[in-house]
Design a protein around this ligand. Sequence first.
Ligand SMILES: [Zn+2]
Length: 219
Amino acid sequence: MLRISVGHILSCCLLICFCATGLWAKERVLQQSILDLQARIESYVPDERYRDDAFGLVVVKDAIVSLKAGSGGIGACLVDAKTGEVVERGRNRQYSPHFRSDMHGEMDLLNRYEDRVQKMGGGNSGNDPRQCGELILFTSTEPCPMCLTRIINSGIQRMYYINPDLDGGMAHRMEQLPPFWQKFAAGRDFRQAECSPRLQKIAEDLFRHSVRSFAKQKE
Ligand SMILES: [Zn+2]
């Protein structure tokens, strides 16, 4: 016959309290870390010695919004190189308001741009909807394979990322794309942006905050 003593009950209660306190402390550390990152971004002034610093700041400002909303810390924007204006902004929305496996920052950005301008053409129409003029895509972290092929397919010729992603980024291994995509991407300018080391570290920390915990569970 199973006998439960007062000692057993007390031990269980203590264990539950211990685990709950641990989770609460972990959550507090996480929230404080996000607030620290936000403070670093808010106090950052673009460094004129680095050509892309101002646009780098634009994308990390959107990345922290994503992180605070529970999604990945990645932001992206489109800049008209002729005017220097930011014409579209996007950010990771993978986990908020609900799970969307396609909603990486660059995908959100291009969805917004293409839905807004609603180009017509393709096929035998004679219009090329991939004409993007002088648009430059900036993103806070190097695009994954999905986003890189989307950027290639969009027609955008220039893409600069702030933080390199050696594990999951595709831009530094273009030669591993399927042959069609390699030819389609030929001549494009895809590379790391010219930003200060301090801004690059902010972009990296934003990315690492949310990076692939679901995949780490399999390791
Ligand atoms: Zn992606």
